[in-house]
Design a protein around this ligand. Structure first.
Ligand code: ZN
Length: 430
């Protein structure tokens, strides 16, 4: 099948389409993808036959919304029946942090389709030809796999450090930072936050080594405005950008206005739905549904990620017509307290209203009593104005009771998973 994003010029022109033009363009892609999936992938054929939907008749976004959503469990149960027979050559495992992992295939054709949005995101973040970029390594995510290609095509130079994004490799990262002097860095937010936490009296304290770095692009945690300021200030870099995406094909990048990451609408079609599966308006939260707009690699059509997300209302001053979407939390970074789904992002927003608490690691604790409306939060360091914080948590998050566990000297690594199971840890005072 023809790659509909094969023209670079076309890919950039698409940013300036009006909302109606973009919707028409995406509807054509959705129909092509659905026709392909129906013909080639037994899982989708059987699912859509049962639901009584016909890919060939798909003529509007409303038609598409009648296609059933699918979950990770559906695909795990379907086994090989759901994968594209022309699946590709590289496999990535997804969501091992929330249940059984799913193997996702990436092909060269699909990677090609995702390099252009990566280039676009890096340009938005200020990358210019001739710069050196220190990139995430090893390549553990399909979007990270595109980064070196994007930098090379933008006329830049790539640098990598030895190791993974584990905290034991911060020295290796800092060593490469000192020797390569990059102007541009991509990394994960937990890794960067762990690095910032190093002893402030240390002669190799991070900001000296970050001298000359203009942009840092982070993935892995949704940034709160205060967390961005904190990182900018501690590292003394010009700006910090948030990249988002999922192994199933969602891809987002922030422009310099930071009004929420723009969706790369030429490679993915994203929806936000409520519990009844109805689209929710911008500004309101729901579950993120992902459809990939290429037929290469694993096929995802209306995949329910379980992530909590919301489209941003209004337009961005940058002029790009792509919608903006904030992913607030994943199943592994949220707890259900009573009937309210609370993300670690929500708790951080609350906690960071006190400047003394910005930059501290915060974890949600999942316990038996969360059902009864009790929110338990573990906060790094010593207690600081606990009564006021409890009142803020109760008021802003609408919970009956907010318990705070102050972790004192107990260091908990920053991670993607921001929820502790109360049974697996023994917290101070418990
Ligand atoms: Zn923008």
């Amino acid at each position: 099948m023809r790659d509909t994003t094969s023209s670079c010029a076309r890919s950039e022109a698409i940013e300036t389409l009006s909302g109606a033009q973009l919707t028409a363009w995406q509807t054509d892609r959705l129909r092509e993808v659905a026709i392909y999936a129906y013909r080639e992938v037994p899982f989708y054929r059987q699912l859509w036959d049962r639901a009584g939907v016909e890919p060939g008749l798909l003529g509007s976004i409303e038609d598409f919304a009648r296609f059933p959503t699918i979950s990770k469990d559906d695909l795990v149960q379907a086994g090989n029946c759901w994968t594209n027979p022309h699946q590709g050559s590289v496999a990535f495992s997804t969501r091992g942090t929330s249940g059984a992992p799913l193997l996702v295939w990436l092909s060269a054709e699909e990677e090609e389709a995702y390099i252009r949005p990566t280039m676009r995101g890096f340009r938005w973040a200020g990358f210019q030809p001739g710069m050196t970029a220190l990139l995430m390594s090893p390549v553990w995510h399909r979007l990270a796999a595109c980064e070196a290609h994007a930098i090379a095509r933008l006329g830049g130079r790539c640098a990598f450090f030895w190791g993974s994004m584990g905290t034991e490799y911060t020295d290796s990262f800092l060593h490469t930072l000192a020797s390569e002097r990059p102007e541009f860095i991509t990394t994960t937010a937990p890794f960067l936050l762990s690095l910032v936490r190093r002893s402030p009296g240390d002669a190799t304290r991070p900001h000296k080594l970050f001298k000359g770095v203009r942009s840092v692009v982070v993935v892995g945690l949704p940034l709160t405005p205060r967390m961005r300021e904190f990182l900018r200030d501690r590292l003394q870099v010009e700006d910090v950008f948030e990249r988002g995406g999922t192994q199933e094909g969602a891809a987002t990048d922030e422009c310099r206005w930071h009004t929420a990451p723009h969706v790369h609408e030429d490679v993915c079609y994203l929806e936000v739905v409520d519990d009844a599966g109805i689209h929710v308006a911008p500004g309101f939260r729901g579950r993120l549904i992902v459809t990939k707009l290429t037929t290469a690699g694993s096929i995802f059509v209306r995949y329910d990620t379980g992530d909590v997300a919301a489209f941003a209302p209004g337009e961005c001053p940058c002029g790009c017509g792509f919608r903006r979407l904030k992913i607030y939390g994943r199943p592994e970074s949220s707890v259900l307290v009573g009937d309210r789904l609370i993300t670690a992002y929500d708790v951080r927003m609350c906690i960071e209203e006190d400047p003394a608490l910005v930059g501290r690691n915060v974890l949600l604790v999942r316990e038996a009593n969360t059902r009864a409306g009790v929110l338990t939060v573990a906060v790094e360091g010593d207690a600081h104005d606990p009564a006021k914080l409890q009142a803020r948590l109760r008021e802003q998050l609408g919970v009956a009771t907010a318990d705070i566990v102050w972790l004192g000297d107990l260091r908990v690594n920053w991670g993607f998973r921001q929820v502790l199971d109360g049974r697996e840890v023994r917290l101070p005072g418990s």
